[in-house]
Design a protein around this ligand. Sequence first.
Ligand SMILES: [Zn+2]
Ligand SMILES: [Zn+2]
Length: 154
Amino acid sequence: MRLEQYILNFGAKFNRIDDYMRKKRANPEYRRIITGKKWQKLRRMKMLKNAIDNGGFCEQCIKDYIAGGQRPRKAIEVHHIVPIESAHTREEMEALAYDESNLMALCFECHHELHRQLWKARFNKAQRQLDKARKKETMENDINDYIERIKKGI
Ligand SMILES: [Zn+2]
Ligand SMILES: [Zn+2]
């Protein structure tokens, strides 16, 4: 079954978050945006804005700290809340990439964790689709068996 193969491939390829990040960076359109002047400038602006608004601390760490977590770490990376690569067209990709409200200034640890969760959500969604397809297949097989039995007069 195609979907089953997809899940297997998905599991093998994206076994580790590092592999997922490597795959993402290999996307030519993604590379073009991330290495472009427009993104570099927006990224600097976001870091500067975060320095003013949050003292340069990680936005996720601050959320966690307010909820009783550990002391915040400094933000060193800028994250896209809705991933650029989730877009289907070049225009959509650019819209997500350059949307200031789609950005978060994060520390390395929180950035890694957020991407791990994103990957997990995608994997779980694919798994649910597979379960649904399997259930449908079982139902269709039962119906076919039933029809066969009627034909044979069993
Ligand atoms: Zn953090
Ligand atoms: Zn990110």
